[in-house]
Design a protein around this ligand. Structure first.
Ligand SMILES: *Cc1c(COP(=O)(O)O)cnc(C)c1O
Length: 372
């Protein structure tokens, strides 16, 4: 294949050390007996499954949750042999794949529970539906299985459930789900119970049970809006100025002419667009930073380009080839998401998938594998 072999025009920088620091921050927020499992589904929220998994294992994490078997097998083929649980993927069909690769299924319905009973001894987690109406056994089915002795023979190692409203402390759904979960926990007495994901960590200890399952917070997203934010930002987003042009007073900039120059302006054309995952809805709402200056995006986001008003930036600084920062310590994924009116997790997964990634690593420890 012919290639110019040159550096990327858009760089999505991922700080592995910051992810490890966030793992330690969460670990310090829970009691010592509470395990912190890492959720690395969806290609680690777009940050790169294998690199993120390694960094978290190096930081001391001993259980990873992935979305499906494909992700789990990618970890195994990358020689990550610690404990890996799969949130949802056809256990009834692929039970042998789970077993031969030492993967832990999350059992989400009665058919899967029957299948796991039929296959004999295998470590599994049981997902119980307490108020999200997504995956998991209904409470009535858990009780029925309990009464018929299913769990005497093959008890689940972990019983888990997922909160619908944990980002909002005052929402009564939290208490309802916790009390339903508590009832199942008392009934089954599993080795571990797990109710809280990232935002649930800040609902307090009564939501932690024996394990929290944390994704967003590791990647620096402050879903619960905790102030001051204890999490480190993890990503930086940089894009290159491709061209600079003068725009006369009264001329429009971009599709739909949503911006019109009210003075003679200098406009930089920067090589990033919604193809890279930049939300279209942030048009005319955010700024870029470089060399101590800040300059606003004007006009719509194109597929491959944005336009930035550089009129107030010294001309000598604003040259094709210069990189400007869209995300970093001063303006985070959460800030971009709220400017665009979308969800931080959506912004992160799309940018991660759409941009060239570059890893900053502060960790030099070898990958640790734990028998779990
Ligand atoms: C995605 C997910 C998590 C992690 O959620 P965050 O809010 O990103 O921490 C935990 N548990 C389940 C079941 C999930 O689907």
């Amino acid at each position: 294949m012919l290639s110019l072999a040159r550096p990327a025009d858009v760089v999505f920088e991922i700080n592995l050390g910051a992810i490890q620091a966030n793992f330690h921050t969460i670990s310090a927020l829970v009691e010592p007996h509470v395990n912190v499992a890492a959720v690395v589904k969806s290609d680690a929220y777009g940050l790169g499954l294998v690199a993120i998994a390694r960094a978290l294992i190096d930081a001391g994490c001993d259980l990873l949750f992935v979305a499906n078997l494909d992700e789990a097998l990618l970890l195994r083929s990358s020689h990550i042999d610690g404990a890996v649980a799969v949130f949802c993927d056809e256990f009834t069909r692929f039970d042998r794949c789970y077993r031969s690769n030492g993967l832990i299924p999350v059992i989400n319905n009665c058919a899967e529970l029957e299948a796991i009973n039929a296959t004999g001894r295998q470590t599994y987690f049981l997902n119980v539906e307490t108020g999200l109406s997504r995956l998991g056994l209904a409470l009535v089915d858990v009780r029925r299985a309990y009464l018929s002795g299913t769990f005497d023979r093959f008890p689940p190692l972990i019983v888990l459930s997922h909160l619908a409203c944990s980002h909002c402390v005052a929402d009564p759904t939290n208490l309802l789900q916790r009390s339903r979960f508590q009832a199942i926990y008392d009934l089954l007495r599993p080795k571990r119970g797990s109710l809280a994901a990232s935002a649930g960590v800040w609902l307090g200890k009564s939501y932690h049970f024996d394990m929290v399952r944390v994704g967003s917070a590791l990647y620096g997203l402050n879903s619960a809006g905790i102030q001051p934010n204890p999490l480190q930002p993890v990503v930086r987003l940089l894009a290159k100025i491709l061209d600079v042009r003068n725009v006369a007073w009264g001329e429009a900039v971009g599709y739909g002419a949503t911006f019109r120059a009210v003075r003679t302006s200098r406009v930089a054309i920067v090589g990033i667009g919604y193809k890279h995952g930049l939300p279209w809805a942030c048009a005319n709402k955010i700024s870029v930073r470089f060399a101590g200056h800040s300059a606003p995006l004007i006009g719509r986001i194109s597929m491959e380009y944005i336009t930035v008003d550089m009129t107030d930036v010294p001309e000598a600084l604003c040259r094709p080839g210069t990189f400007v920062e869209l995300l970093g310590n001063d303006f985070t994924v959460d800030d971009l998401a709220s400017a665009a009116g979308v969800k931080s997790q959506e912004v992160l997964t799309r940018l991660g998938a759409g941009c060239t990634r570059r890893y900053l690593s502060t960790s030099v420890l070898p990958t640790r594998s734990l028998a779990w």
